[in-house]
Write a protein that binds this ligand. Structure first.
Ligand code: BEZ
Length: 214
């Protein structure tokens, strides 16, 4: 049988399905992600410092993600008992509750499907991956971070807003785009469109690089 250990999902792939135990009960992933945006993120291990800051960061942004119709779901290669003990410990120490489900990927099957096991980094712990999955179940953006560098919540939020805004308005986002900034309009496909563009009020460097406000 094909070795699935190093599978790397790609942008544009449909999110691989699985069934797993989580801190909110058993889930079938395809059901969980149905009709909403989803951010699936892995962390190397429970009861570790960087992971605690990251998971707390996601938990504290609960209202932001809900406001963006986005479900969260975490994962690590730990047992459900370890997850529950860690959730309890963080709540007692800091008052922050991890309400989103955390997958107990003890047999590493989900980590393998999602390229979270990167053996040059660790054979047994998932790297810090973030998958942005759209309401149709398609993977739209992937981040991978090593074990010793925490992710940037601001960038995760920015990337989500950028994806959703790009979809809604059929535009692209330039370098360092933030909500409220001008967006890039698609290049013209015909000479007639190019001439129309010259008459438009777009901010233009040239016909292929034009920006507009939303
Ligand atoms: C951490 O979350 O602090 C951590 C986990 C695994 C390896 C290194 C750091």
């Amino acid at each position: 049988m094909e070795d699935q250990t190093y599978n790397m999902p790609r942008i544009g792939d449909m999110a691989p399905d699985f069934e797993s135990m989580t801190t909110t009960g058993k889930i079938r992933f395809s059901e969980y992600i149905k009709d909403s945006w989803t951010i699936l993120f892995s962390h190397p291990a429970d009861f570790t410092p960087v992971c605690t800051t990251e998971m707390s960061g996601f938990a504290l942004e609960k209202d932001f993600f809900a406001g963006r119709q986005t479900k969260l779901i975490g994962l690590s290669i730990d047992s459900i008992h370890a997850h529950i003990a860690w959730v309890n410990n963080v709540k007692k120490n800091t008052g922050v509750l991890f309400e989103f489900p955390i997958i107990a990927d003890i047999d590493m099957s989900v980590s393998k499907k999602y390229g979270m096991l990167q053996p040059g980094e660790s054979e047994t712990a998932a790297v810090r991956a973030v998958f942005f999955i759209d309401p149709k179940g398609k993977i739209r953006l992937i981040m991978y971070y090593p074990l010793n560098v925490g992710r940037n919540m601001d960038e995760i939020k920015r990337a989500l807003v950028a994806l959703q805004t790009a979809d809604e308005h059929k535009v692209s986002m330039p370098l360092d785009w933030r909500e409220g900034d001008q967006v890039i309009v698609s290049p013209p496909k015909t000479v007639a469109e190019m001439l129309d563009r010259e008459a438009s009020d777009y901010e233009m460097v040239d016909f292929y690089l034009a920006k507009r406000s939303l």
